[in-house]
Design a protein around this ligand. Structure first.
Ligand SMILES: Cc1cc2nc3c(=O)[nH]c(=O)nc-3n(C[C@H](O)[C@H](O)[C@H](O)COP(=O)(O)OP(=O)(O)OC[C@H]3O[C@@H](n4cnc5c(N)ncnc54)[C@H](O)[C@@H]3O)c2cc1C
Length: 424
C-alpha cells in the first residue's frame, strides 16, 4: 500500500499490537508447523527494541531493529479514560504481553517520538552492504516462471524502461496484502482472497512543531491512539480471554474542548471478499471487493462494541468533567432515533472505514488446504524457488494490527531461508 521505502510502515498509524497468543496457535492448528505462539515469540522479540511502560522481558524484546515507545504526550483525556476504566473494573494491561483483556497505554513503532519505519529499522543500516541493491521508483510487473514451474526472476519497469532481474537462488515476493496476490495472478498463479479487519470507527502549532522537531516531545508525537483496550463482547462465541473488539482512544482537539475519538475495531471479521485482476495490464490496480459487513455477525459485534465504549460515559469521572457522547447525529442516519440499535447500524454502514490491514490473500496452509497458496516454509505451492514473505500469508487474522506480525514474518522467513540454503 505505502508506495515508499518501508512500505506501509512509512505512512501507517504506528500502533504496535501483535495480537493474542491464541491467534498464532490457531495458525499452527491448521497444520502450519512452526507457527505457534511459543515458536514465534523469539521472532517477535528479535524484531523489537521495547522502551515501553510495563515492559515484560518474557514477552518483549530489547536490542532488535524496531524501536517501540509509548506516546511522549499524555492529554487529560487519557488520564480521565484510565480513571473511568478503573471505575468500570477494567484491568490495566500490557496488551502485548500475553493477556490482552483490559486497557493499556498504546505502544508504537517510534524512536524519540518520531516514526520508525522498516526502511529506517532494516534498510538504512544495511544499505551499504554489497549484497543489497535497492531499486526505488521501480514496479515489478510479474514473476518470471519457466516451463518447469521454476521461478527465476522478476520483470520490472523503471523510468519507463523494462528490465529483468534473474536469481541464482530464489524469488521472494513481499509486495503486501493487495499487490502480492495481484502479482501472483499476473504471473499465472490463481488464488482466492480472504479479507481482513474492517474497523469502525491550528491554533498555536508553531511551538508544538518546534517541540516535536527539537525534543521529540509534545502533542505531535502522539500516534494513532493513546490507549488501547480489548473486550470480549456479549455476542462472542469464543472462549474467555479471546477478545473480539478493540477500542482505541485518540484525544482530539474540538473547538477548544477536550474530545476523544473512540474507534471500535472488529478483530475477527467473518465477512470475506474477493480480489481479481481488472485487466492483464500490470499497471492497472486490482479489482477489490472487500464485502465489508456482509456477514451479519460482524455488524452485531461492532454494535456490541459500541455499547461497551458507551459505558465509559456513564462513569463518575466522566460525569464530573462533563464527558458525554457527541449526540450530533450523522446526517445520513438522522431519520433513525439517535442511539437506537438501528441508528448505530446505519452509522456503521455509512461511516466505517478499513484500517488498511489486508492479510490472508495468499494464505499459508498444507497441501490439503485448497485455499492455501504457500506452505509453512512460505513456498508457493506448485512453483519452485518462489516464496511469499509478507502479510498475505497470514492464515487467520490476528487480534491486533498487522505491522508487528509483518516484522515477525520477515524475521522468521530470514531463518527459514538461511537454514534451507545452508542445508543444501
Ligand atoms: C494508512 C495505514 C495505517 C496503518 N496503521 C497501522 C497501525 O497503526 N498499526 C499496524 O500494526 N498496522 C497498521 N497498518 C498496516 C501495516 O502498516 C501493514 O500491515 C504492514 O506494513 C504490512 O506489511 P507488508 O510488508 O505486508 O506490506 P506493505 O507494507 O504494504 O509493503 C509492500 C511494499 O511493496 C511495494 N510494492 C507493491 N507492489 C509492488 C510492485 N508491483 N513492484 C514493486 N514494489 C511493489 C509497496 O510499494 C510497498 O513498499 C496501516 C496501514 C496503512 C496503509
Amino acid at each position: 500500500m505505502g508506495k515508499a521505502l518501508g512500505g506501509s510502515t512509512a505512512i501507517n498509524g504506528m500502533l504496535w499490537a501483535r495480537g493474542n497468543p491464541k491467534d498464532y496457535n490457531l495458525w499452527a492448528q491448521q497444520g502450519n508447523e512452526g507457527w505457534s505462539y511459543e515458536e514465534l515469540l523469539p521472532y517477535f522479540k528479535k524484531s523489537e527494541d521495547s522502551n515501553i511502560k510495563h515492559y515484560s522481558s518474557h514477552h518483549q524484546g530489547k536490542g532488535g531493529k524496531v524501536h517501540l515507545e509509548n506516546s511522549h504526550f499524555e492529554s487529560h483525556a487519557t488520564e480521565y479514560i484510565l480513571r473511568a476504566a478503573k471505575e468500570l473494573k477494567i484491568p490495566y494491561v500490557n496488551y502485548n504481553a500475553g493477556d490482552q483483556m483490559g486497557i493499556g497505554h498504546a505502544q508504537g513503532a517510534l524512536k524519540d517520538g518520531k516514526r520508525w519505519s522498516s526502511a529506517r529499522a532494516y534498510l538504512e543500516p544495511a544499505e551499504k552492504k554489497s549484497n543489497l541493491i535497492i531499486k526505488s521508483k521501480s514496479t515489478v510487473l510479474k514473476v518470471l516462471i519457466d516451463e518447469n514451474k521454476v521461478a527465476y526472476g522478476v520483470q520490472y519497469i523503471q523510468n519507463g524502461t523494462l528490465y529483468e532481474a534473474h536469481t541464482r537462488k530464489e524469488v521472494i515476493l513481499s509486495a503486501g496484502g493487495m499487490a502480492t496476490p495481484k502479482l501472483l495472478m499476473l504471473s499465472g498463479i490463481g488464488i482466492k482472497f480472504i479479507f481482513d479487519k474492517s474497523p469502525l470507527s491550528p491554533e498555536n502549532r508553531k511551538e508544538e512543531i518546534v517541540e516535536y522537531l527539537k525534543h521529540g516531545k509534545g502533542p505531535l508525537t502522539a500516534f494513532s491512539a493513546d490507549l488501547v483496550a480489548y473486550f470480549k463482547t456479549k455476542v462472542s462465541q469464543d472462549e474467555d480471554g479471546y477478545p473480539d473488539i478493540e477500542l482505541t482512544f485518540s484525544p482530539k482537539r474540538s473547538n477548544d474542548r477536550l474530545a476523544v475519538a473512540v474507534n471500535v475495531v472488529l478483530m475477527h471479521p467473518k465477512s470475506t471478499g474477493t480480489i481479481k485482476l481488472l485487466s492483464k495490464d500490470p499497471l492497472d490496480p486490482p479489482l477489490i471487493d472487500p464485502s465489508y459487513l456482509s456477514d451479519e455477525n460482524d455488524m452485531n459485534t461492532v454494535l456490541a462494541g459500541i455499547r461497551i465504549a458507551q459505558t465509559f460515559t456513564k462513569t463518575d469521572v466522566f460525569k464530573t468533567y462533563g464527558g458525554h457522547l457527541d449526540s450530533e447525529p450523522l446526517p445520513a442516519c438522522s431519520f433513525e432515533k439517535f442511539d437506537s440499535d438501528s441508528y448505530w447500524r446505519c452509522a456503521v454502514q455509512h461511516q466505517s472505514i478499513c484500517l488498511s490491514d489486508p492479510a490472508g490473500t495468499a494464505k499459508m496452509g498444507g497441501e490439503n488446504d485448497t485455499d492455501a497458496v504457500v506452505d509453512s516454509k512460505l513456498k508457493v505451492h506448485g512453483i519452485k524457488h518462489l516464496r511469499v514473505v509478507d502479510n498475505s500469508v497470514i492464515p487467520i487474522s490476528v487480534t491486533g494490527h498487522m505491522m508487528a506480525p509483518a516484522y515477525m514474518i520477515g524475521e522468521k522467513a530470514a531463518d527459514i531461508i538461511k537454514y534451507f540454503w545452508k542445508s543444501k
